[in-house]
Ligand binder design. Structure first.
Ligand code: ATP
Length: 445
């Protein structure tokens, strides 16, 4: 893990947030390469969920949440972790991370575990009182449920169909740890897939398979993950069944994504006229909602759809993908290199164009022209690496996972050819500039 953390800082993937003021615990900033990798992960998820399914629509809802949303969802009552306080040094820890001794000062004078609500509150408007607060959402899912009717009415969807969303979520984790694995501000990629009751079990199984395939396509192979069937007594209050995709993180096997059968709990909880809907789950009686979140069967009878939720954290995905890609390689002659073997669609930089001489105007001009041409193809960032040191350029681009380096030299000016270097094999060959677009496109697909 230390090597990954060091690479992330050195090359500009991830920085500790508010670093110059001593940092902010459990919060990170994504640097020039981090933002590209994160965007590429999100875009790959969005493509596979929304563009590749005609019955899935996207949503980008607010982070600030009306407290009623999180009251009816059950989060106000149940979204808590048991925590203990050390009476000596006043530190607070998750009870599962404490073995009868304070991890900070070693004292065994601890309180009994008490529930600690993980939601952040903020106040709306100029007057701060009990009625002026809102929550920062602890998951993106609730905003999907409360927009159910809006989406159905505006897109004429019928079951089964899904609503996908990527966005920030906030949890006041008691002990943020393991770099970006457990943080207080993170992003989730969540799909809520609505099905008829009775079709939920098969749907969950099929989503588990789809999600394993997707992780594989991102460079997280099936033999690095394990499926964990969450035991009944550990299921969340809304869940009939949950399967977690566990990944072998550098610090141990932990949850990467959860796929839950949330039954009709959420739509049922947020719906008006609950008594007309034959809701299976136990829900709080709701006199505040003005929307019926339900569907009609062939005979016109109302029912509440069940929902299957694949929910993945962007940061945990980022960490798993980096961990898989990070390779320390022996390259002969007693030399080694660090290379990020990222799948090309995730690489922060798709190609680096390196002029042999940074002060030769003709070479630099041809490099800029070549860069702009490749950039215009729309695969993502192409970079002009004008440091004048090819060896350094290759090393840097190996470390940040750039699939192709293109070197422009004097010969390029004479015969319109360039050298292309493949990141993984380190093979170099000369190709004609007119063939470069084709080469680039083939390598990136
Ligand atoms: P954990 O048991 O690890 O706290 P969870 O079961 O509470 O996770 P969910 O509520 O199922 O997590 O959230 C769905 C996904 O969101 C998780 O699989 C994870 O990828 C991500 N996630 C949840 N909490 C955090 C966090 N504090 N930091 C980073 N990612 C998180």
């Amino acid at each position: 893990m230390e090597e990954l953390v060091a690479l992330c800082k050195r090359r500009g993937f991830i920085f500790q947030s508010s670093e110059i003021y001593g940092g902010l615990q459990g919060v990170y900033d994504y640097g020039p390469l981090g933002v590209e990798l994160k965007n590429n992960i999100k875009s790959s998820w969005w493509t596979s969920m929304v563009y590749e399914h005609d019955n899935i629509e996207g949503l980008d809802a607010s982070i600030l949440s009306n407290p009623l949303v999180l009251r009816y969802s059950g989060h106000e009552d149940t979204f808590s972790d048991p925590m203990v306080d050390c009476k000596k040094c006043k530190s607070r820890f998750r009870s599962d991370s404490v073995a009868n001794k304070c991890p900070k000062c070693g004292s065994s004078d601890l309180t009994e575990p008490r529930p600690f609500n993980l939601m952040f509150k903020t106040s709306l408007g100029p007057i701060e009182d009990e009625n002026s607060f809102a929550y920062l959402r602890p998951e993106t899912a609730q905003q999907i449920f409360i927009n159910f009717k809006n989406v159905v009415d505006s897109t004429s969807k019928s079951l089964p169909f899904g609503i996908a969303q990527i966005g920030k979520a906030f949890r006041n984790e008691i002990t943020p740890r393991n770099f970006i694995f457990r943080v207080r501000e993170f992003e989730q990629m969540e799909l809520e897939y609505f099905v008829k009751p009775g079709e939920d079990d098969d749907s969950l199984n099929s989503w588990v398979q789809k999600r394993l395939n997707w992780w594989k396509e991102q460079g997280v192979p099936t033999d690095s993950v394990e499926l964990y069937e969450v035991p009944i007594d550990e299921l969340a209050h809304y869940s009939k069944r949950t399967v977690d995709i566990m990944y072998k993180f550098p610090h141990g096997l932990e949850e990467l994504e959860g796929i839950a059968n949330r039954t009709d709990f959420d739509l049922g909880s947020h719906s008006k006229k609950q008594e007309e809907l034959n809701i299976n789950s136990e829900v709080k009686s709701n006199n505040d909602s003005n929307s019926k979140l339900a569907a009609q069967d062939e005979n016109g009878n109302w029912f509440v759809p069940f929902v299957i939720e694949p929910s993945a954290g962007v940061e945990r995905g980022f960490l798993a993908i980096l961990n898989e890609a990070y390779t320390h390689e022996d390259i002969g002659d007693g030399k080694t290199r660090i290379v990020l073997k990222l799948k090309p669609h995730l690489s922060p930089v798709k190609a680096a164009v390196i002029p042999l001489k940074k002060n030769n105007q003709e070479i630099v001009d041809l490099s800029i022209k070549t860069k702009n041409k490749l950039q215009a193809l729309g695969f993502g960032r192409v970079m002009l690496e004008n440091t004048g040191n090819i060896g350094k350029g290759y090393r840097r681009h190996d470390e940040i996972g750039t699939p192709i380096c293109i070197t422009i030299d004097f010969e390029s000016l004479e015969n319109n050819t360039v050298t292309v270097r493949d990141r993984d094999s380190m093979n170099q060959k000369r190709i004609k500039i007119i063939d470069l677009e084709n080469y680039f496109t083939t390598q990136l697909k």
